[in-house]
Structures are given as C-alpha cells and as structure tokens.
Design a binder for this molecule. Structure first.
Ligand code: C5P
Length: 206
C-alpha cells in the first residue's frame, strides 16, 4: 500500500504524514528533504541553482541518502547528517529553483521509487507523478496566514515576511503542485493536527 499526502508549503504535510504513518505502523517518506538536500549541497559548494549538471555531478560523486525512519526522516551524505541544516531560510529560498531542474527531479524520483512499499509519501507530486498508482491520495491546503503562523514558530523571522516567502514559494512550485484528480482535499486550518490525522485515517482501511 502507498498513501500519498501532497500539498502546498507548510500545509502540515510532514506532521500529518508522520502521524498517519505512525498509526498505520508504516514508514513515511518526506520527498521535500531530497530537494532541500540538493539545495544545501549547491549552497555549501557554491554551485549554481539554475543548472543541473554541476549539482548532479557533485551528488553522484558523493551521494545523498534519505532514511525514512519512523521517528523522523534523516538525510545523510557520507558520514555527515544533513538533517538539521535542511530547514533554514537560505534553503527555503533556493530549493524551488533546484526543484525546477528536470534532471534533479529525476534524481529525486529514482531515489523515491527504490524505496520498498508500504509507506506514506509526502510532497508536491507524489500522487500525480511519482506514485500515480497509489491507492490513497490526499491534498492538504490551508490559507497563507495559517501556514505562516505555524512556520514562524520554527524560523527567526516575522509573520509578514514568512507569509510572503510562502506565497512566493507556492508560485515557484506551482508547476509540480497540481493535485491529483483522485486526491481527497483537506483544509488543515479547520482542525488541529490530531483531527486532520483522524480525518485521513477515516478514509483508510483499518
Ligand atoms: O515539502 P517541503 O516544503 O519541505 O519541500 C521543499 C521544496 O522542495 C518545495 O518548495 C519544492 O520546491 C520542492 N518539492 C518538489 N516536489 C516534491 C517535494 C518538494 O518540487 N515532491
């Protein structure tokens, strides 16, 4: 079984996916972490974020590995744990450029398709492009203000600038963020995390 949970930035995908996966006793897979890892490598190594070749060459020379652990996904590069460095404003600001590079998307998708099901996968195009065969698909939304209010607790920035950055990232990610026609839409602003998790679970088999 594959469950996909897609949605806009900061719509609660990771928290919902990890909660649902925990209840189902399955791993969850956070695809955005691979795009974030690629953006971090570009930033660390001074590589352009609008050209795939140099970045892919670096990622091939020293591969990145996503570990979909039940207690939280980790991303490693050799002996380096990159996980703690993936959610900075700098990475937020560069990741959408990297995610527009088609060879980079293929690099991420190859990585994801090698993971053995069952799992819960979250991102932007899990239900459309990467796992179109998934049995259960969800698409999470919430207003920009609600999403910014959540995010501001994790970033050292003010509400207005966090909201503006989210709206900008949504626009940059629009191409790969269309919901699957067979996805169920859930507004995560209408309930707390436990209620959203319960709603997703209500559509899944016991
Ligand atoms: O989900 P998260 O906000 O961590 O994703 C970071 C970025 O990775 C997104 O803004 C988007 O540019 C890219 N992404 C993507 N496709 C996915 C997951 C993430 O393009 N499936």
């Amino acid at each position: 079984m594959i469950v996909t949970i897609d949605g806009v930035a900061a719509s609660g995908k990771s928290s919902v996916a990890s909660g649902v996966a925990r209840r189902l006793q399955l791993p969850y897979v956070s695809s955005g972490l691979l795009y974030r890892a690629a953006a971090l490598v570009a930033l660390d190594e001074g590589l352009p974020t609008d050209r795939a070749e140099p970045l892919l060459a670096s990622l091939e020379a020293q591969p990145v590995e996503l570990r979909p652990l039940p207690e939280g996904n980790e991303v490693w590069r050799g002996s380096q744990d990159l996980t703690e460095r993936l959610h900075t404003s700098e990475v937020d600001g560069s990741v959408s450029a990297v995610a527009q590079l088609q060879p980079l998307r293929e690099w991420v998708n190859d990585h994801l398709r090698q993971l053995p099901p069952p799992f819960v996968a979250e991102g932007r195009d899990m239900g459309t492009n990467v796992f179109p065969q998934a049995e259960y698909k969800f698409y999470l939304t919430a207003s920009p203000r609600v999403r910014a209010e959540r995010r501001v607790q994790e970033r050292t920035a003010d509400l207005e600038s966090v909201e503006a950055a989210l709206v900008l990232r949504d626009a940059r990610d629009a191409r790969q963020s269309a919901p699957a026609p067979d996805a169920r839409h859930i507004d995560t602003g209408l309930g707390n995390l436990e209620q959203v998790i319960a709603k997703v679970l209500s559509y899944l088999p016991d």
